[in-house]
Write a protein that binds this ligand. Structure first.
Ligand code: F6P
Length: 323
């Protein structure tokens, strides 16, 4: 491999810049040229490509978002779109790709890699922590901290007014952000998609009754069709349990912003270096994962399988610590 292209795709995540920096510097360190591809797969199709040197990635490790910009690209889901993307690679002399993104981005990478026999290494860049084969994804820790700080603040007003708050967080179909931020912020419960399929978490919560000595309650909810989202839950409470004074707070995109935490910067740096190492070891079509603090190569097929299970232990910790 003489030249790699690097792109960020899908929802941005804090730490993506640290990953771009590590990929760029590790490639150059190993005598491989690097081209930055702007706006994800859309930029690959449009030929939005710039050669990167070591100083192209100076002063970015601490910045949120992605200097390469990102996009959700429908064109890349078509055979014609991917053909044009491949033509860009040939024209630019790019022999391999590093794709930094979540579930959808790695699904696209997997199809593209198989179709054109291109070596691709993926880095899990998403706040959702919804990929298989890695304990954590880049951006997850920062988002957790952001949510925790927001919930701490909401607690002040919730307590003053003795209110029940439903706080909606991101995560799509994955409850890790809601569950771990509930633990970290000392919330009463988390309503998450993995459990909503089996049971009515709201009814269970109300039946148990909130602790009498508490004068406020905070419930974290994953945005998802399965949970119904915070607004729907609040509506139900208003109708079925009018004794509660209910409010909703949807944290939204502020969860994706901000300077990455030390953990995310270190994770992204390790994963970025590992991506180049993977190419040197003739690995291809794998995502870099981290298990028990060790780097691992996870085949795309496994990484994107939609079967990430929620930790029973974490559920138990929340249940016990919120009595
Ligand atoms: O995948 C990251 C994520 O932030 C999800 O948690 C959320 O459902 C989605 O992206 C929002 O996407 P968009 O920014 O395109 O509205």
């Amino acid at each position: 491999i003489k030249c790699i292209g690097v792109l960020t795709s899908g929802g941005d995540a804090p730490g993506m810049n640290a990953a771009i920096r590590a990929v760029t510097r590790a490639a150059i360190f190993n005598g491989i040229r690097v081209k930055g591809i702007y706006k994800g797969y859309r930029g690959l199709i449009a030929g939005d490509v710039v050669e990167f040197k070591t100083d192209s990635v100076s002063n970015i490790i601490q910045r949120g978002g992605t200097i390469l910009k990102t996009a959700r690209c429908d064109e890349f889901k078509t055979i014609e779109g991917r053909k044009v993307a491949y033509e860009t690679m040939t024209r630019e002399g790019i022999n391999a790709l590093v794709v930094i993104g979540g579930d959808g981005s790695l699904t696209g990478a997997n199809i593209f890699a198989n179709e054109y026999n291109i070596p691709i290494v993926g880095l899990p860049g998403t706040i959702d922590n919804d990929l298989n084969g890695t304990d954590v994804t880049i951006g997850y820790d920062t988002a957790l901290n952001t949510i925790m700080e927001a919930v701490d603040k909401i607690r002040d007003t919730a307590t003053s007014h003795e209110r029940l708050f439903f706080i909606e967080v991101m995560g799509r179909n994955c409850g890790y952000l809601a569950l771990n931020s509930a633990i970290a912020a000392g919330a009463e419960a988390a309503i998450i998609p993995e459990i909503s399929i089996e049971k009515d978490q709201l009814a269970e919560l109300i039946e148990q009754g909130f602790r009498k000595s508490k004068n406020s309650s905070m419930v974290l909810v994953t945005e998802s069709e399965v949970t119904g989202g915070a607004l729907k839950l609040a509506e139900r409470v208003k109708n079925e349990y009018p004794q509660y004074d209910v409010r909703v707070s949807i944290l939204g995109h502020l969860q994706r912003g901000g300077s990455p935490s030390a953990q995310d910067r270190i994770l992204a740096s390790r994963m970025g270096v590992a991506a180049i190492q993977a190419f040197l070891e003739d690995q291809r079509n794998v995502m870099i994962g981290i298990r028990e603090n060790e780097i691992d190569y996870v085949p795309f097929q496994r990484a994107i399988k939609k079967e990430r299970e929620i930790s029973e232990e974490l559920l138990e910790v929340l249940r016990i610590s919120s009595i």
